[in-house]
Design a protein around this ligand. Structure first.
Ligand code: GCV
Length: 608
């Protein structure tokens, strides 16, 4: 990450106070041989239009942020060795392109794998202004425009962001403004109860008044605050259900409070029964979001955005796109991704996400999805992302949020080029490794749509029965005959939440793509896959292949000329990934061998 910045220019002076100032500074340092002119047109907003003048100067037209994004587009292009375009126009596909940090006021980061918080320490806002400018620059350089700095699980005293911390938060917002980045705060739905209001019932007038006064105070300190992010009635967080109200009641009340200031409410849809009884086969966790929200379509205020995790579970390696994203046509929606590698290798194992995101974006309808959000993978480690190569996910997320049509290879090789300036051959090698890393991880962990064979709570390493008799609703129900959950009409009925064409695609195990097979179907180990192999053989083969690919990846990766300190960190993490891949392969294959009694056709080592 830092390497990409150092290719950009010299350190940013603190005196830059506007997007145009910043754009001028960046261009003058990165492309000194060319003269640039700006044509400020507020109507263009974030859009930019680049053209050549007769005097050969390059003109960037746009609103303030548009000029900045145009400047970074030119710089990226130029540093990658391309000539400056005579004409280029671009505007973002999604208007809000957000980073959600899960940072706690005590300085810890929930699901953080790259150090402590960049924003908090000891219950207070505490940040290094230099690093904040670096972060602003990282975000602006790939078009990201909203930063929510605190965890959706709002632990005391992060609530104080609305109170005691407000002056410091306002100073932080000032730091990010020249980068076109607006702050957002996660709020606790029950917050009025800390202030003498006996209830948080969204239909109680005293509650609305409290939020209105609070919003007025917050917006007078930070007039361009993007709004509030809310996790309610989820995993123990307070919410409208306590009062017999629904989530439109809750979200619309908050929306009314921020409306006078142009604020929005981003309301998460990660609501499910996390106290499930594994004996109960009627409750199926992936159905939960739809059951809680679909009937409310059309009832949310126009400044509410429902933020929906991309899949119906929780950021597994492979999940189908959430039916809510396809079905709620009269509601503003944001798709939520997770850069933090919670289930995907914890920034130890290589896992480049853009191939996965592309699959998801291709499924989305055009109309009502206006925003994207991603859980941050940043922390205060020197390189920001723990694993230096995990930065590719931050960078490519920005490019994709701007333009979901971008070619994944182009996006990844752009990052490789800007970060390491390798020879074309080494650039290709690293790009290939990164692009294949997700599929490799999927093979050695829980392929074929299984998911959830991971160690409970820490979410790293294999534990095939770890979640099996637990309360989180994430079961595979493997026994000696079969594995997987039937989610078709004859099973839990989850598939019925989808449009007809998708129902047809997934309903029949003969036509359901292998990658989703055990997510939708419960099948015997003897089931014949499309390629003629049995299911059990395919499980063994995928795991052995995943391990072999990791070994090959390790050999190739270590031939690349990474500079220090990246070289040492990458090599150390690769060793840990190799160990992890072997654990997964051995434990999952042994688990299924013991259950099924089926031998591997190729006689490879499976432990008894
Ligand atoms: C912020 C998963 C994670 C939790 C996270 C939650 C969420 O359950 O394990 O750490 O909490 O998702 O997205 O709210």
């Amino acid at each position: 990450m830092k390497a990409w910045l150092s290719r950009l220019t010299a350190d940013l002076p603190s005196s830059l106070t506007s997007c145009e100032d910043l754009a001028r500074f960046e261009l003058a340092h990165a492309i000194p041989s060319v003269s640039f002119e700006f044509q400020h047109d507020p109507a263009l907003g974030e859009e930019f239009r680049i053209s050549r003048k007769e005097n050969h100067a390059v003109c960037i037209a746009g609103g303030s942020a548009g000029i900045l994004y145009g400047a970074y587009a030119l710089i990226r292009n130029f540093l990658e060795g391309n000539s400056l375009p005579d004409h280029l126009e671009s505007s973002p596909r999604y208007s809000l392109r957000m980073i959600n940090c899960w940072d706690n006021a005590d300085g810890s980061v929930e699901r953080g794998y790259s150090g402590q918080s960049l924003f908090f320490q000891n219950g207070k806002l505490s940040y290094d202004p230099f690093r904040m400018r670096e972060l602003g620059r990282l975000m602006a350089s790939v078009g990201l425009n909203v930063l929510c700095i605190n965890n959706v699980n709002v632990h005391f005293p992060a609530q104080l962001l609305l109170e005691d911390m407000l002056p410091d938060a306002a100073a932080l917002a000032d730091l990010f403004r020249p980068f076109g980045v607006r702050l957002m705060f996660s709020v606790d739905f029950s917050q009025p109860m800390r202030h003498g209001i006996p209830t948080a019932d969204p239909l109680n007038p005293a509650v609305l008044s409290w939020w209105k006064e609070t919003a007025a105070r917050v917006y007078s300190a930070i007039p361009d605050l993007a709004g509030f992010l809310v996790k309610a009635d989820s995993e123990g967080r307070p919410g409208p259900f306590t009062y017999g109200r629904n989530h439109a009641d809750g979200a619309n009340m908050l929306a009314e409070a921020v409306r006078p200031f142009g604020g929005i409410i981003v309301w998460r849809c990660f609501v499910y029964n996390c106290r499930q009884d594994w004996r109960d086969t009627m409750t199926d966790r992936p159905k939960a979001a739809w059951e809680h929200y679909a009937f409310l379509d059309g009832t949310f205020a126009d400044n509410v955005i429902l933020q929906v995790k991309h899949g119906p579970f929780d950021f597994q390696v492979r999940e189908p796109v959430s039916p809510l994203l396809l079905g709620m046509k009269k509601t503003n929606l944001a798709m939520e991704l997770q850069l933090a590698q919670e289930y995907t290798g914890q920034q130890i194992d290589l896992y480049t996400m853009i191939p996965m995101w592309k699959e998801l974006f291709e499924e989305l309808p055009e109309e009502n999805i206006m925003s994207v959000a991603a859980v941050s993978n940043l922390g205060n480690d020197e390189n920001y992302t723990g694993h230096p190569l995990a930065a590719v996910n931050f960078y490519t997320y920005g490019l994709l949020a701007w333009n979901p049509a971008i070619d994944p290879r182009k996006a990844v090789s752009s990052w490789v080029n800007l970060t390491y300036a390798f020879s074309p051959e080494d650039e290709r090698t690293l790009t290939d490794l990164l692009l294949s890393s997700r599929r490799t991880y999927e093979k050695y962990t829980a392929p074929l749509g299984l998911g959830w064979m991971i160690t409970p709570h820490t979410h790293y390493g294999p534990n095939p029965s770890g979640y099996e008799y637990d309360l989180w609703g994430t079961y595979h129900k493997a026994d000696r005959n079969a594995v997987g959950i039937d989610r078709t009409a004859s099973g839990t009925g989850y598939l019925l939440q989808y449009p007809d064409d998708l129902q047809r695609k997934y309903a029949d195990p003969e036509t359901c793509p292998d990658l989703y097979l055990l997510f939708y179907h419960r099948l015997p180990y003897s089931f014949r896959m499309k390629d003629g192999r049995t299911l059990i053989q395919r499980i063994y083969d995928d795991h052995f292949e995943g391990l072999a690919e990791t070994e090959k990846m390790s050999r190739l990766l270590l031939t690349l000329p990474f500079p220090e300190p990246d070289k040492t960190v990458i090599s150390d993490r690769m060793q840990r990934q190799l160990h992890n891949a072997k654990e997964w392969c051995d434990i999952i294959n042994t688990f299924f061998h013991r259950l099924s009694g089926a031998d591997d056709l190729h006689g490879r080592v499976i432990y008894e």
